[in-house]
Design a protein around this ligand. Structure first.
Ligand SMILES: [Zn+2]
Ligand SMILES: [Zn+2]
Length: 122
């Protein structure tokens, strides 16, 4: 498997995996039109993520998955949602009710307008 090279604008965000209870990082490379391209997910530990400021990065806008995007390193999910309570990115596999592992907020996924995030890259 190859990793798509990223531009110098690339940054990393942290995401939460409810199945494993662990965090992971996602490399995000913004495209010239502002679309956020998710390139690669990788394991991190939560303390390190915080130290490196991943958790303070929030993604907004439309998102596409790179062809080489590998999905959550723990559960393999290739979708995610943004928690409306704390802004965390959380693995999403099509559940109708989700519980954010970061803040415990429960939400029906139909309430969210962020759900176009799931498309692409499959
Ligand atoms: Zn996961
Ligand atoms: Zn949350």
């Amino acid at each position: 498997m190859s990793i798509t090279p990223v531009s110098r604008k690339a940054f990393a965000v942290s995401a939460e995996c409810p199945e494993s209870g662990r965090s992971y990082g996602i490399t995000v490379d913004p495209l010239p039109d502002g679309t956020l391209r998710l390139v690669w997910a990788f394991m991190i530990d939560r303390a390190k993520a915080r130290r490196e400021g991943f958790a303070s990065q929030h993604v907004h806008g439309s998102v596409v998955f790179d062809d080489n995007y590998n999905g959550c390193p723990y559960c393999g999910a290739r979708g995610f949602y943004i928690c409306s309570g704390c802004g965390a990115m959380v693995c999403y596999k099509g559940e109708s009710v989700v519980t954010c592992p970061a803040c415990g907020r429960q939400a029906g996924t139909r309430d969210s307008d962020e759900f176009d995030l799931k498309g692409g890259g499959y």
